[in-house]
Design a protein around this ligand. Structure first.
Ligand SMILES: Nc1nc2c(ncn2[C@@H]2O[C@H](COP(=O)(O)OP(=O)(O)OP(=O)(O)O)[C@@H](O)[C@H]2O)c(=O)[nH]1
Ligand SMILES: [Mg+2]
Length: 288
């Protein structure tokens, strides 16, 4: 397959469309869905640590810059244990609460949540619980998107051509049905209207361009100035990490997180503990 350079792909449109770039997208999903693999597929490198076995891999929220206009935030996977989930969800919701300021305009740091689903799984229990109890309470449903990864495994590996990295007709048809059934099941269990998910394979780079197409086409000029209050309160730079570098600060003071492997967390311990109380906690739109 031809390698796509996502540093360049549709960046002119992103530049034109995304006001106050970068567009910040927080990836959420159960452990093993392939959030980190998705980031690596778009970066064309192994910047985000990927799980080898059944154990959850990503431990902290980390930022990855795909290009000057688009950033993904990797988060720890859910569904491993209730105790772990509680900690992860605290961090995720505190992140969704964060504000940032640029040019005198205050807005949310995170523009969109992308829920990464595992195409080989039929179990939506965990993710619908998380959506109903946390995500939809913190961000408008129109800013929550869905995508289905592991398209190659949707029929347990059958009907997938590993040489070309593409599905055959039967799997292609199955994936279309899968996308529709994911949409319908999420809508039934949450009562929200959601997008038709893109089915892709991070492992093979299949349909990863469609994922970016979806993002470009479904992002209206975001962070319109009129939507945000202008504020004169002082701005706190977050020194946000890019592709596994840097740490975080709270408004009260520095709270640099510890490095885990090659990735360094963006939510410091103090910031993670202050759930819903991060008023005055600003980050820059242009944080690099
Ligand atoms: N076959 C296949 N395997 C994939 C795909 N994407 C990810 N995987 C594998 O799934 C496993 C988990 O991938 P990760 O990217 O670590 O998943 P994650 O969602 O980041 O997991 P946590 O960090 O634990 O939340 C790894 O063994 C990946 O190689 C895919 O598209 N197809
Ligand atoms: Mg991960």
């Amino acid at each position: 397959m031809t390698e796509i350079n996502f540093k360049e792909y549709r960046v002119d449109e992103m530049k034109e469309k995304f006001q106050f770039p970068p567009l910040n997208i927080l990836l959420v999903g159960v452990t093993g869905a392939g959030k980190s693999s998705t980031i690596n597929a778009l970066l064309g490198s192994e910047a985000a640590k990927v799980g080898a076995g059944a154990d959850p891999e990503t431990k902290e929220i980390c930022k990855y810059k795909i290009n000057d206009y688009l950033c993904f935030y990797d988060t720890p996977g859910l569904g491993d244990s209730p105790t772990e989930d509680a900690g992860h969800l605290k961090k995720i919701t505190s992140y969704l609460d964060r504000s940032c300021r640029k040019k005198g305009v205050t807005g949310k740091l995170i523009d969109k949540v992308l829920v990464v689903m595992d195409g080989s799984s039929r179990d939506f229990g965990k993710i619908t619980e998380v959506l109903n109890n946390y995500i939809f309470n913190t961000i408008e449903s129109e800013n929550v998107w869905f995508a289905v990864n592991q398209a190659d495994m949707a029929m347990k590996g059958r009907h997938w051509n590993a040489d070309s990295g593409t599905p055959d007709e039967k799997l292609e048809e199955f994936l279309q049905e899968k996308a529709l059934s994911v949409k319908e099941r999420i809508e039934e269990s949450t009562g929200k209207t959601v997008n038709m998910p893109v089915c892709y394979s991070a492992e093979y780079g299949f349909n990863t361009t469609q994922l970016i197409d979806f993002i470009v086409e479904n992002t209206d000029s975001q962070r319109k100035e009129t939507e945000y209050e202008t504020s004169s309160s002082s701005s706190y730079s977050d020194d946000l990490p890019s592709n596994g570098k840097v740490a975080g600060h709270t408004a009260a003071g520095a709270a640099a997180g510890a490095a885990i492997g090659s990735a360094i967390p963006v939510v410091g311990t103090a910031a993670g503990a202050v759930v819903g109380g991060v008023i005055g906690f600003f980050s820059s739109f242009f944080d690099d």
